[in-house]
Write a protein that binds this ligand. Structure first.
Ligand code: PMP
Length: 361
């Protein structure tokens, strides 16, 4: 067989992102919504798909959906850009503002995709670790570092994944004031807690906000996310994005979901209620440390986390996320808030596993 030459040098030694999905009965590992899209929204989507012209390309910029998103958030159409999931837009950020000789300021532990995108685009990563336990960013240090003037992108996740905590709006404002770097506030979990930075948009050209339909809006199965920012910033993204990245079906689904968004509020209320209950139950288990959360998931620390993760999966068919591979998060696991039933199954399984692993040592 004819051999192929090496792939790009930037891929040497790289490990592909692995969401560690496994078929399980109680799936609490990916921070999806516990609830399906309401029936009436599904029916409206189905009606529109029936008459869709599949032989035509979709509207490249998803203008119908953009319009609805703009109205929803009180901004102009020119301030919105839709993408193939938040993930695609996160990549576009590194293509548009990163690259060789460029730097991103990152606050680990956080979503690992930022560092992967930096690596792929040759962007240098400057890490300022969060405070252990509270997982707050050190705003003074960040401003000091930004004052050097060489940072091109700042990535601030609020609420942060996997730690769960949101960053105060005043802290975000200080970061925005500290330089002219493009500050991405990733609000993928923003509907569950924390204050949105959208209110700051009028004052900061360097502010960019990311939202997704995957969490509060129950659409992880289609790929749909959007950026909100200054029109001058959105224009730069139009240069790097894939022309038809949001397919026609996703545009229809997005439009119907935004139009019926009030129907999704109950799921958000339930997730917050489930979160409070789960936190109280986890706090009640000996040798478990629970971290505060503004998101639809909770991070906690327990002895022998890898083994606990494995037993939850193998013996109880409960899948949570093992985040203990991050050197800053030894023995930490992350659980998504599920339905009341799923939450109980998880707590019961965890109690059983910890009682047994504890007594075997
Ligand atoms: N940002 C954060 C912090 C996330 O956790 C995720 C999903 N895991 C995303 C962005 C991307 O979400 P999606 O591609 O589903 O829109």
């Amino acid at each position: 067989m004819r051999q192929v030459r090496q792939s790009a040098p930037s891929l040497v030694g790289m490990v592909p992102y692995d969401p560690k999905y496994m078929k399980t009965e109680t799936l609490l590992s990916a921070n999806e919504s516990a609830y399906p899209v309401p029936d009436e929204v599904r029916a409206a989507i189905q009606r529109r798909i029936e008459t869709l012209d599949f032989h035509r390309y979709p509207d490249p910029l998803a203008n119908g959906l953009r319009q609805l998103i703009a109205q929803w958030h009180g901004v102009k159409v020119a301030n919105v850009l839709c993408g193939n999931g938040g993930d695609e837009l996160l990549f576009d950020i590194f293509v548009a503002w990163g690259g060789p000789q460029r730097k991103v300021l990152n606050f680990p532990p956080t979503f690992s995709v930022y560092e992967t995108n930096a690596e792929l685009t040759g962007t240098q990563v400057v890490n300022l670790p969060r405070e252990e336990g509270t997982w707050r960013i050190d705003v003074d240090k960040a401003c000091e570092r930004l004052a050097q003037g060489d940072i091109d992108i700042v990535v601030l996740t609020s609420p942060n994944n996997p730690t769960g905590n949101a960053t105060a709006l005043e802290d975000i404002r200080r970061i925005l004031d500290a330089s002219d770097a493009l500050v991405l506030v990733d609000e993928a979990y923003g509907e569950f807690g924390g204050q949105s930075a959208i209110s700051l948009l009028d004052e900061y050209e360097n502010l960019l906000i990311l939202h997704t339909f995957s969490k509060a809006y129950r659409c992880a199965g289609i790929r749909l996310g959007y950026l909100i920012g200054a029109s001058s910033v959105i224009t730069e993204f139009k240069k790097v994005r894939q022309p038809y990245s949001v397919d026609a079906i996703s545009q229809i689904i997005g439009e119907e979901v935004v139009s019926a968004r009030a129907l999704f509020d109950e799921g958000i209320v339930q997730a917050k209620k489930g979160r409070a209950e789960l936190i109280a139950q986890l706090e009640d288990i000996p040798n478990v440390t629970v971290y505060a959360s503004d998101a639809n998931f909770i991070m906690f620390k327990t002895q022998f986390a890898m083994r606990v993760w494995q037993e939850l999966n193998e013996r109880f068919s409960v899948l949570v996320r093992d985040v203990s591979g991050d050197p800053r998060l030894p023995d930490c696991l992350r659980v998504t808030v599920g339905t009341t039933e799923e939450n109980s199954r998880f707590i019961e399984a965890l109690r059983a596993v910890l009682t047994e692993t504890g007594s075997q040592r």
